[in-house]
Ligand binder design. Structure first.
Ligand SMILES: *Cc1c(COP(=O)(O)O)cnc(C)c1O
Length: 494
């Protein structure tokens, strides 16, 4: 199985090359040349496996240059570090609604599912491509990605990781999670400003050829850990298929029965993994795309026009505060019949005018597969309180956005099918908004609010968040955007 770029289909790379490169040289994203199909024996086999085994079996279909043994080893080591036996357990809420909880990993957000295994995939890919330089992962984070990448790459041989977070843009809990990071090859640094400032700074470092040369002389090259890398997307396809197996095993659905997934969406990585699962032949009726007040995707699915020229809102579901959903490019590539020239023209328009409009044919195809809605701040909080009151189930702000949009979908479409809501973070990562939703506002101190939420609900906080009480800050530096490159130099001793 080889991979090609969404903007240059003449390119053909192995999986290992794809994972090492991350992004194609002309700016396109890598996609598999064809989507492997789930045959009649595959699901029955998967149903008897644990999560790590399911993950190895699904990823093997895409990673033909990896052996089954390699993948079994990586997935076993990765998912043994999760706090539940199944890394993606499905919690039934009522007759036709379930939550797939993806936040039982070491950092309590769904990013763990892929970022804890990416270091294995990346270091193996470096060996397979005979890369002799060491890799430094550079991350700009709005909170969850940074911590998950730090945990994944800490003490991994021949790698280093440096995370920049916006000083004013992450929650108290998220900040302390990063500042107290353990490991000998890690560093964390605050940046004056918001997420855009940190992100722009990192992009500038990546696009500086002189800096790359200087690092290369010292035996380093830079790579990214965000969801444009296929190695981050692939492990996410697994949990859609795994949830289907679990519902079959519990007798909730029958063989072949179509279900829908409702996904809180930011960069469009998570929901795109669901799209690939459907393309593989998983019986999926609809993928429901849920946004917060930053409703650029809702508008896109309703009108066919993607327009980033709009106000940016800072919300209580910050991991979805995004105006350019990078992975949408992969979906449009597949929907356009793999037309790289067409995708290039859309992305050029997005860069130049901040917007593009897709053809009526593509819109029609999207309408069949997707449904989209959004939820504002008041709705997000209110829903947390309502679901707690009705079901005694505690959910975080991102999951609440998805659940609200699911209710909209059911009223609009009268859908009766089983729906799995993708639950992406522990409620204890966003205590402040969750407590407000429960009508029991806290005092604004992140750590104290963890205990407040525990005692008010009787739900225990996940162990890694409870342990923050005794965490020691290792990294408290904060720099201006212009200083970020110096921070990288110093960190790598270049
Ligand atoms: C990253 C994130 C999302 C959005 O996922 P995308 O793949 O960017 O669409 C949703 N919820 C949480 C908690 C996240 O960390």
């Amino acid at each position: 199985m080889n991979y090609r770029s969404t903007r240059d289909t003449n390119l053909s790379l192995t999986a290992a090359e794809t994972i090492v490169r991350g992004l194609s040289h002309e700016g396109g994203l890598f996609v598999p040349e064809s989507v492997p199909q789930i045959d009649a024996e595959f699901l029955p086999q998967l149903r008897t496996m644990n999560y790590a085994q399911r993950s190895a079996a699904v990823m093997k279909l895409y990673l033909s240059d990896f052996t089954a043994d390699e993948l079994a080893e990586y997935t076993k080591a990765t998912y043994a570090n999760f706090y539940t036996e199944n890394a993606a357990p499905v919690h039934r809420l009522d007759g036709n609604t379930s939550f797939m909880e993806l936040w039982h990993g070491p950092t309590c957000a769904f990013k763990d599912i892929a970022l804890q295994i990416l270091p294995y995939l990346l270091t193996a890919s470096l060996r397979k491509t005979n890369e002799s330089k060491k890799v430094c992962i550079l991350v700009a984070t709005s909170g969850d990605t940074g911590k998950a990448a730090l945990e994944g790459f800490k003490d991994v041989k021949d790698t280093a990781i440096l995370v920049f977070y916006p000083r004013d843009g992450v929650s108290d809990v998220q900040k302390l999670q990063m500042q107290s990071q353990q490991g000998s090859n890690v560093s964390v640094c605050g940046v004056e400003g918001n997420f855009d400032d940190a992100q722009t700074g990192v992009k500038q470092i990546f696009s500086d050829p002189f800096f790359a040369e200087k690092l290369a002389e010292k035996g380093w090259f830079l790579s990214s850990a965000n969801s444009i890398n296929w190695g981050r997307l692939l492990p996410q396809i697994v949990y859609y298929i795994s949830a289907y197996c679990d519902l079959l095993n519990e007798g909730v659905i029958e063989n072949g029965e179509e279900i829908s997934f409702c996904v809180p969406t930011g960069n469009f990585g998570d929901i795109l993994a669901g799209f690939y699962a459907k393309q593989m032949g998983l019986p999926v009726k609809r993928l429901i795309c849920a946004s917060n007040s930053n409703d650029v995707l809702t508008e896109f699915f309703h009108t066919g026009t993607y327009n980033r020229n709009r106000p940016f809102f800072t919300t209580v579901s910050p991991s979805m505060d995004i105006l350019i959903s990078s992975n949408l490019e992969r979906l449009l590539f597949e929907m356009s019949g793999k037309d790289a020239a067409y995708i290039t023209s859309l992305m050029d328009a997005l860069k130049k005018d901040g917007q593009y409009t897709v053809t009526p044919e593509i819109r029609e195809k999207l309408d069949k597969l997707f449904w989209a809605g959004c939820c504002d701040e008041a709705g997000t909080k209110a829903n947390i309180g309502r679901v707690w009151a009705d079901h005694h189930y505690l959910m975080d702000t991102h999951t609440s956005v998805a659940y609200s949009v699911l209710n909209q979908y059911r009223s609009a479409e009268n859908g009766q099918e089983q729906v799995v809501v993708v639950s992406t973070a522990s409620p204890f990562k966003f205590c402040n908004a969750v407590l407000e939703g429960l009508n029991h506002p806290g005092d604004g101190d992140g750590l104290a609010e963890i205990e407040e939420l525990e005692s008010f609900t009787g739900v225990p906080a996940p162990a890694p968040l409870a342990a923050l009480r005794n965490a020691k800050v290792r990294f408290s530096d904060c720099v201006e955007k212009e200083q970020m490159e110096n921070v990288v130099s110093k960190f790598l001793c270049c």
